[in-house]
Design a protein around this ligand. Structure first.
Ligand code: ACO
Length: 447
């Protein structure tokens, strides 16, 4: 294959030198494979491999990559992670600055629209979201149909999927940017209402309707915990939740985001696509790790038991939950911010005794060569469960609290997918390892 002449243009074209030469030892043929150059890494277009064949009727090479460990499924401009340096940026803005200076809806606009909003844009967006917080009364009715002890996340997933039946005609019109935006506003607005109602159902408490005089997170806190007329949401807890929401908005092509994109690629409507993404998040390997951290801290029980626990981890009898990450090989920047927020929350709620165990565990682990040499640092889940528990949430609510802000990320990724002319319905290949064709065996002659 001859080298194509092209200008260097990050992400879209190939430079003259940006080729790799591949020699197929089966045939002795060489191929110049062009690179697609992103700002952080280069890739080859997997379809280029199809020309590498042993004969004319050969299918050509495919990539074998279970769990997509080394496959870029998209070009994206939403979230940037440098796992070695511990960097996380939304649309170029460092997460630390956004957590300190922004509020959740401002970050939601940034993620969804690509730029920080002007004052007027933020006002309009806040108004639009605020005026879509109510849900159809029938949602109440079917929430009542769940068992008294139904898991909050199972209820949430089902309820978000059910919204598709309320807005079906509109929602399936995914070609229209205006209609898509309308569904995005609805979903961002209704998630806290649904989450709070799932929590109240779980607790056997009456549902509290949205109070649209309150800002987004305070409104959520109010729907969760309001009992009497005098209830006033704590500004410290509302701000802490707002920060936690900002930290969880997006995390590029993780398991649930990839699910959103795969389901969305079939042009399913955003409600059922989002429900599928939430189902992926529900798994203990993804959104369920902070619950495991709490169980581990409870099991350790006392600071004096930590050295013994660390020895068990080193003997491979236990995992240090909340440590380690597929992408981050240094301190997860979100964990640092959460740790700081924890102290502010405890000023209001009282100190969670599990914090002392967590702090000592972290101190010892970060000095121990087993963890240092493997680059195992606290991840986002190490401290988030402790805060949620101090705020009064049962562990069943942890994945729900993750899903509310991540809705923004899932929808931004869905929007990016639908605007990307290179995307098609997701459909991987397989390597066939089964039987060749064989004759059907009648029942009476089967061994
Ligand atoms: N405790 C003890 N040892 C660990 C831990 C841990 N938490 N994490 C990794 N290791 C060890 C592995 O045993 C392995 O050791 P070895 O090289 O001697 O065999 C080495 O560190 C590398 O680990 P991998 O398993 O290769 O790392 P991977 O990227 O596949 O896994 C994961 C990442 C799943 C997050 C892992 O670190 C883990 O299980 N952590 C605990 C669970 C957790 O906190 N998950 C939340 C992640 S954040 C999120 O999803 C929102």
């Amino acid at each position: 294959m001859e080298a194509k002449e092209a200008k260097v243009e990050v992400g879209t074209a190939v430079a003259e030198k940006n080729f790799i030469d591949v020699t197929d030892r089966r045939t002795g043929k060489s191929y110049a494979i062009p690179l697609i150059v992103g700002k952080d890494k280069a890739a080859i277009d997997a379809m280029e491999l199809r020309q590498i064949k042993v004969s004319g009727d050969d299918f050509g090479l495919v990539l074998y990559d279970p769990a997509f460990k080394n496959t870029a499924s998209t070009k994206s401009t939403i979230t940037y992670i440098d796992g070695d340096q511990g960097i996380l940026r939304y649309r170029g803005y460092p997460i630390e600055e956004l957590a300190e200076k922004s509020n959740f809806l401002e970050v939601a606009w940034l993620i969804l629209r690509g730029e920080l909003p002007t004052k007027e844009q933020l006002q309009q967006f806040t108004d639009d979201v605020t005026h879509h917080t109510f849900v159809h009364e029938n949602v109440r009715t079917f929430l009542d149909g769940f068992r008294y002890d139904a898991h909050a996340m199972g209820m949430m997933i089902s309820t978000v999927a059910a919204l598709s039946t309320f807005y079906y005609e509109e929602a399936k019109n995914i070609e229209s940017p205006e209609t898509r935006w309308h569904q995005i506003i609805r979903l961002v607005a209704k998630m806290p209402t649904l989450a709070a109602w799932c929590y109240r159902h779980h607790r056997g408490l009456p549902y509290v309707y949205p109070d649209n005089s309150l800002p987004y997170t305070k409104n959520f806190v109010n729907m969760l915990w309001k009992i009497g007329e005098d209830y006033k949401p704590s500004p410290v807890l509302a701000r802490a939740l707002d920060i936690l929401f900002i930290l969880h908005v997006d995390h590029e092509q993780n398991c649930s985001t990839s699910t959103m994109r795969v389901v969305g690629s079939s042009h399913a409507d955003p409600y059922v696509s989002l429900a599928a993404a939430m189902a992926a998040l529900f798994g203990p390997l993804h959104g369920g790790a902070n619950e495991m951290v709490l169980r581990m801290l409870r099991e350790i029980g006392d600071v004096k038991n930590i050295p013994g626990f660390i020895e068990r981890v080193k003997r491979r009898e236990a995992l240090l939950m909340g440590f380690g990450h597929r992408v981050y090989k240094s301190y997860d920047p979100r964990a640092k911010i959460i740790k700081h927020t924890a102290y502010e929350v405890f000023e209001v709620t009282g100190r969670n005794p599990l914090l002392d165990i967590a702090l000592e565990l972290e101190r010892i682990a970060l000095e121990d060569d087993f963890f240092v040499s493997r680059k195992l640092y606290p991840n986002v889940d190490f401290y988030s469960g402790i805060i949620y528990q101090a705020m009064g949430f049962p562990v069943e609510m942890f994945p729900v609290l993750f899903a509310i802000p991540r809705t923004v990320g899932w929808l931004a990724q869905w929007e990016e997918l639908l605007r990307d002319s290179e995307q098609k319905i997701a459909r991987p290949r397989q390597l066939w390892m089964g039987e060749d064709e064989r004759a059907y065996v009648p029942m009476k002659t089967r061994g």
